[in-house]
Design a protein around this ligand. Structure first.
Ligand code: ADP
Length: 494
């Protein structure tokens, strides 16, 4: 339990869990826009507030500038000296601006001398400022405005233009710096509210992310749970989770696997039953023979010899079945290594036919070999021998007396074909699909008589498949059969 919790936690921390990923994605998608919006709104507000403040100060300064000109503040025109009363009025106006915007206004004349400072500290001094000089040179006002956010002030340089002259002349400059405290205060208030709202959204988004991550991954948990039920053996029914196309695909694949496992289980059971049955038959015969000898007192030696001969042939049969079973089991082991060699298939065929001809002779069956070309292939010699021997042996076994067996060998640039045709009893159409099944025999008693175990073609097919080849058959009952094996000339691994 603890290990599972740690496992789950590790999955969540390393983001391997889908639930954790959904949670983070929803969280990030919910929170990022919220944070961006907060900073965006603040920035936008600041920009606009500064612009507004600058333009309203500029307006007021323009008015004052006009007053300065109309009242001949700089005493430029000898005909109209400024009265001390109007000077007072203008100073009061400047004072008002500087109080209203918590700033300082300086009036500078064309000789760069400060004629008025609302702070009263620089009057009479000469000011050497780049902005002032540029302003006298006629540079645009907007270029001469500075917003120093760090130190909290806005500085602007405004020309005082005498437009009564032709052309109009810049007679002085107003150097103004105002505080941005009011803007900062408002921004702080807005920010405070923004933070509260943002935290609220974070909580809501977190709850939403948590709920979504649980809800969206629930079908996958159902799949896991259903698979676990099958694994534990509580159920062997097909499962169904139809919430998503993805779960349907997973579940479909699992159900197919389950069906395959069930089929395998059934075929294994059948196989075990068949094996037991096949092994029991000779045993039962042996027991009957031995029992009948036992119950007969003074049985003649000839009877003993006859029965013991029968017992020996039953033991031989039992032996054959066990040998074939072992061959089949070996073939089934996937991990087994194939011993691939480059083999002259013509020579191998000749050798096998030489071995089998004596059996054929007993039934007076003629065996002919037709080779279209010399064939050399990369195959496992033992398995290739099994394939060829089984097919030719069957063709002889299931033949009529005085019949024939034809073995053909051909190849193209990729495959070689080994075909065994016979003039034998043939295979009924409905049996064709089963002849590769273990222990399948068309005619059980006849097959047993001639020493068949029903495993030969199963072994042959497995041996062909490990070579990545194919085996096909055509047959007509009463007329004969033709088995054709096609195997790649070059082994590419299985
Ligand atoms: P068996 O050991 O009985 O020969 P096989 O697996 O080799 O088992 O063959 C399965 C069955 O297929 C045989 O019992 C037989 O009825 C049928 N069969 C195989 N080869 C031939 C053939 N060449 N002609 C007719 N029937 C065949």
């Amino acid at each position: 339990m603890i290990a599972k919790i740690f496992g789950d936690l590790k999955e969540i921390l390393t983001l391997r869990s889908l639930q954790a990923r959904i949670f983070i994605i929803v969280l990030v998608m919910g929170i990022i826009p919220c944070v961006v919006m907060r900073y965006g709104i603040l920035d936008n507000y600041e920009e606009r507030a500064v612009e507004n403040r600058i333009s309203s100060v500029q307006n007021q300064l323009m008015v004052v500038g006009n007053h300065l000109i109309s009242n001949n503040y700089f005493n430029l025109k000898p005909e109209g000296f400024t009265s001390s009363v109007s000077k007072e009025v203008i100073n009061a106006e400047l004072e008002m601006i500087s109080n209203l915007y918590e700033g300082r206004v300086m009036i500078i004349d064309s000789s760069l001398r400060v004629v008025r400072d609302t702070y009263g500290i620089s009057e009479g001094k000469t000011i050497v400022s780049e902005e002032v000089i540029r302003c006298f040179q006629g540079e645009n006002v907007s270029n001469l405005t500075n917003y120093d956010r760090e130190h909290g002030y806005i500085e602007m340089t405004t020309p005082i233009i005498d437009s009564s002259m032709e052309p109009s002349v810049i007679v002085g400059v107003m150097l103004t710096s105002i505080s941005n405290d009011a803007i900062v205060n408002t921004m702080e208030a807005v920010n405070r509210r923004g933070v509260i709202l943002q935290n609220l959204i974070v909580v809501v988004v977190m709850a939403l992310a948590m709920t979504l991550s649980v809800l969206l991954t629930r079908p996958f948990n159902r799949v896991t749970e259903a698979i676990r039920e099958v694994k534990e053996g509580y159920s062997d029914e097909s499962i169904s989770v139809t919430d998503y196309a993805e779960t349907v695909h997973i579940v479909d694949a699992f159900n197919q696997l389950l069906k395959r496992m069930r089929d395998l289980d059934v075929s294994r059971q059948e196989f075990v039953e068949n094996v037991s049955h096949e092994l029991k038959t000779p045993m039962a015969a042996i027991k009957v023979l031995a029992d009948s000898l036992l119950v007969q007192q003074d049985a003649p030696v000839e009877l003993y010899q006859e029965f013991l001969g029968d017992i020996t042939s039953e033991i031989d049969r039992e032996n054959r079945i066990i040998t074939d079973l072992l061959a089949l089991v070996k073939m089934d082991k996937k991990a087994q290594e194939l011993n691939i060699v480059s083999l002259n298939v013509n020579d191998l065929t000749e050798l096998i036919l030489k071995r089998l001809r004596p059996i054929a002779r007993k039934k007076d069956v003629e065996v002919v070999f037709e080779s279209m070309r010399p064939v050399t292939a990369e195959v496992d010699e033992v398995k290739m021998t099994l394939i060829m021997t089984n097919l030719v042996e069957n063709a002889i076994k299931y033949n009529k007396d005085h019949g024939w067996v034809k073995v053909e060998l051909d190849a193209d640039h990729q495959y070689f074909t080994f075909r065994v045709s016979d003039s034998g009893v043939g295979i009924p159409e409905d049996a064709l699909a089963h002849i590769y099944d273990r222990f399948y025999r068309v005619d059980k008693s006849h097959s047993r008589e001639i020493g068949g175990t029903g495993l030969g073609l199963a072994i042959t097919k497995s041996a062909v498949l490990v070579h990545r080849g194919t085996i096909t058959v055509t047959s007509k009952e009463g007329q004969g059969s033709s088995f054709s094996v096609r195997i790649p000339l070059f082994y590419t691994g299985s």
